[in-house]
Write a protein that binds this ligand. Sequence first.
Ligand code: SF4
Ligand code: SF4
Length: 251
Amino acid sequence: MLKEISARIKQGYKTSRFPREKPVLPGRFRGCPVINNSKFENGEKIHDNICPTGALSCKKECSVDLAKCIFCGACESDCAKGPISFSNNHSLAASRKEDLLVTGNRPSRATVTQYEKCKAFGKSLKLRQVSAGGCNACELDTNVLTTLFFDLSRFGVQFVASPRHADGLLVTGPVTKNMEYALKKTYDAIPEPKLVIAVGACSLSGGIYRDHPETCDGVDTIIPVDLYIPGCPPHPITILDGILRLLGKIK
Ligand code: SF4
Ligand code: SF4
């Protein structure tokens, strides 16, 4: 028994101290893009046709639409000293899709307004996850939030098996035609008030599957979305940050 207690003391506290402390992210993590349009005006050209999802626009100035961006880094490496670089700012979520457009004048930051509906949920939020045709990476990064390190339940947030027990939906994937009806039915089964969280470029805009005839190009073409979390897949800390902002636990 003493052996076990000593091992437990040696292991210490394993859960992340986020949001009380800044998260430690890997060096190659790509967070919010930073756009310096003065470099663009000075002739540091960048080719927007290198962007695989149409997120990048470089006409009179550069902009990146985080709803479409898959954070592949091609725009950064196209021109080493160019106008676009990626910071390690993990905080990307937004309540309105238009707030996901990053321009030189408008650096991206989380723009999540505490949702009035959330007050009705008190201190707990039960979510039903729907995988609507993605590659599974967004689901994995969401699933990992329930592990010891992120410990989502310490904030009162839990995933439930039935939409009847849920306060909202967390949707990943572009919503394939095959999943369209199932998504609508699941949404309808959740009692009011309810909210919808879209996670990953696919669910925000169709991502790499955009304009494919078998997909619906994102969740908000089917049901209303209250929180958009960009990434491909978003880092678990980005997802957690968005959910906590929605609940008003991070201002
Ligand atoms: S990082 Fe985003 S904006 Fe840049 S090329 Fe890739 S998808 Fe396009
Ligand atoms: S956003 Fe990227 S990681 Fe998420 S399901 Fe789509 S392709 Fe996969």
